[in-house]
Design a protein around this ligand. Structure first.
Ligand code: SAH
Length: 385
């Protein structure tokens, strides 16, 4: 029997040849000898080989490219990819993303390290079928005390996979604490958001420290990444989040770092900002790091309204010359949209704004040029005149 093979149309061929690793269902014209999860050859209508990837007919992204060469896709192949991704990271970083999916040439795979614990996400069927291989390769290469699975991520449903989480190997230390830039952070890889920490914001936490002064407002604070990094420069920080469990860990982090000038508040940020209108002293710096508002392309309009509301209200609460650190982690909310939203908010508040820094995710979440989807996080630092 010949190798499993799919043929794609010109449109799909163009995308693959430009370096993108996805084949959409609508671009497939012919399927031969394939089965769910199989490694398939991708070919042009004339039969020219384009690459090899894994196949999931249940997903709109039906094939994800693994290699452009005629090489075996086996355990050695994945070991080499893993070792190369690890080698691109800072070996001394106690908490870091070791594998960032497509951007590390391992589509659908996330591996995060928190000290001796490793968190694994297999977000696609192709990667999920390889879970045992990944557990073995992680043990062989990283020797962790625990491997945790955080496969409770909604994107798995698009692949026909169940949502699940748990300990796959070893024992999770009761009080896992990691050091980031000299600060201690409690991490709960099982119950925390994402895989425990927002590792993608780590370098932006440090950047905020450079601008912090006076009265600071940290909105959508989670466990205090921004607050803890800014506390030494500020007189007072108010940190707001709607998640009580996150604020509890933030309290533990404050104690661990002997910080006394951060006050936590459990509230919905939209309500809190409305309640701040026309009352209280203005702020010197406001941090805005909301959850993704845009889940699909269709939701862009309502998301823009949400972003504009919080940015506009934050601008009103800043002293002249105050600093706004404003983020979006919505995949479909482009830089142009962010720019227009901020411009519109500044016009409505009669405040001029100056861009100081336009930042992205930390460098352990590299943006692969041929995979623009990897550039999901924006962090703009602006001065509000
Ligand atoms: N700034 C954090 C990450 C924030 S993630 C860091 O750098 O580590 C987004 C946070 O927003 C989550 O903690 C979530 O609990 C919180 N959140 C979501 N919707 C909210 C709302 N409407 N009001 C307040 N907090 C909200």
């Amino acid at each position: 029997m010949s190798r499993p093979q799919i043929t794609i149309n010109r449109h799909g061929q163009d995308r693959i040849e430009q370096g993108h690793p996805w084949v959409f269902k609508s671009d497939i014209t012919h399927v031969q000898n394939t089965s769910t999860g199989a490694i398939v050859d991708i070919t042009t209508p004339k039969g020219r080989f384009l690459g090899r990837g894994y196949f999931n007919p249940a997903s709109q992204i039906t094939v994800r490219l693994l290699t452009r060469r005629k090489e075996e896709v086996d355990r050695d192949f994945f070991r080499t990819r893993l070792c190369k991704a690890i080698a691109r990271r800072n070996p001394a970083a106690p908490s870091t993303r070791l594998v960032f999916g497509e951007a590390d040439f391992l589509p659908g795979l996330i591996i995060d390290r928190y000290g001796d614990a490793i968190v694994l996400q297999t977000l696609t069927l192709g990667m999920d079928r390889l879970k045992e291989t990944w557990i073995e390769l992680i043990e062989e290469q990283l020797h962790p005390k625990a491997i945790i699975e955080r496969n409770d991520v909604a994107v798995r449903e698009k692949e026909g996979l169940l949502l699940q989480k748990g300990i796959l190997k070893g024992n999770l230390p009761d009080n896992l604490v990691v050091n980031q830039n000299g600060y201690s952070f409690r991490v709960d890889p099982l119950e925390g958001q994402k895989t425990g920490l927002y590792l993608d914001q780590e370098e932006n936490h440090l950047a905020a420290n450079r601008y912090a002064r006076g009265r600071v407002l940290d909105l959508f604070c989670y466990q205090g990444g921004f607050s803890i990094h800014s506390a030494s420069q500020a007189d007072e920080i108010i940190a707001v989040d709607s998640s009580e469990s996150s604020l509890k860990i933030l309290g533990e982090n404050l104690a661990l770092n002997q910080i006394q000038n951060v006050h936590t508040l459990g509230a919905n940020v939209f309500d809190y900002l409305r309640s701040c209108q026309n009352q209280g002293e203005p702020f010197d710096m406001i941090l805005l790091d909301p959850p993704p508002f845009v889940s699909s392309r269709k939701a862009i309009q309502s998301a823009t309204r949400g972003y504009k509301e919080i940015n506009l209200r934050a601008m009103k609460l800043l002293k002249p010359g105050g600093i706004l650190v404003t983020c979006s982690c919505s995949q479909n909310f482009t830089q142009d949209m962010f720019y227009e939203m901020l411009l519109s908010a500044s016009k409505d508040t009669y405040r001029e704004i100056q861009l100081l820094e336009k930042r992205g995710a930390a460098s352990d979440h590299p943006v692969l040029f041929s995979f623009p989807e990897s550039a999901y996080l924006q962090c703009w630092i602006v001065r509000v005149i």
